[in-house]
Design a protein around this ligand. Structure first.
Ligand code: FPP
Length: 255
């Protein structure tokens, strides 16, 4: 898959389709419960949905996909479930990393490394290094990530720079601050999707979400696929993004 071959979403005009989509992959536990299965099987099915979604996204004109895989709050789940969640990146990379690498996907894992096993950190660093040169599509996996912790760490780093005399408080503006976050270098998400019927951000991309459109879908993540992503894009295309301004017709009417 080459960038030039990437078709646009249903011929939608530039601007009505999102460059960066972020997804809270929610509903694995409920999906498993509905089937009388143990929760880990819901998470494993969630890896399949991630695979389907990553495959579909470039063909829909999406350039960046950020998914929430493990939040800093998920540590409070039972130890057995945490162990299962910790095993998901290995499960995913073992089957998919070679293909992602070949197809031009740049993989980044955002979130705190502290708390992860050395093996997992090595796996993550290896996945990032192997795909660092890729430019066709960007996949960010938020893992051991919490937006408040990320913002706090960025503020602390800047304060330390000031204390060390390397920065002045007046240097700080929104652009510089964004560059201190785990998502530095990525465009802000245009669209944040949460399946499973829940309607909240759960400490995901709080700074970055400033002007994102939010779409909530009544499907559990393990059932998610290209048709759901297309439905989210259609809803996005129907939204009126004003970034705090007013539309041209209203400017005339106000004048
Ligand atoms: C939330 O559903 C989901 C998670 C905590 C894990 C999400 C992870 C995946 C879908 C696989 C990710 C793959 C990689 C590579 C990290 P939940 O368990 O809270 O579901 P519930 O609300 O129905 O109980």
């Amino acid at each position: 898959m080459a960038a030039a071959e990437t078709p646009t979403f249903a011929g939608a005009p530039e601007g009505s389709r999102p460059l960066h989509v972020a997804i809270v992959m929610d509903g694995n536990g409920r999906w498993a419960k509905q089937r009388g299965l143990p929760r880990p099987l819901g998470h494993r099915a969630g890896v399949e949905s991630l695979r389907r979604t990553v495959s579909a996204a470039p063909g829909l004109g999406i350039g960046w996909l950020t998914v929430f895989g493990f939040s800093t709050e998920n540590w409070s789940r039972p130890a057995a479930e945490v162990a299962e969640l910790m095993a998901l990146p290995k499960r995913y990379f073992e089957t998919d990393l070679g293909r992602l690498e070949r197809e031009g996907v740049r993989v980044r894992v955002i979130g705190q490394r502290e708390g992860l096993s050395q093996d997992l950190v090595r796996l993550v660093e290896d996945a990032q290094a192997r795909t660092a040169h890729n430019t066709v599509f960007n996949l960010n996996i938020a893992f051991n990530y919490g937006s408040q912790a990320d913002i706090t760490a960025a503020a602390r780093r800047f304060a330390e720079e000031v204390a060390a005399g390397r920065r002045d408080p007046s240097d700080l503006d929104e652009t510089m601050f964004a560059g201190l976050l785990a998502t530095a270098g990525a465009p802000p998400p245009d669209l944040i999707v949460r399946p499973s019927g829940e309607q909240r951000l759960s400490n995901f991309l709080l700074w970055e979400a400033a002007y994102a459109e939010l779409v909530f879908q009544d499907v559990l993540w393990p059932d998610y696929g290209e048709e759901h992503l297309k439905a989210a894009l259609a809803e996005f295309a129907a939204r009126d993004r004003r970034y705090g301004a007013i539309v041209a017709d209203d400017v005339l009417a106000a004048g």
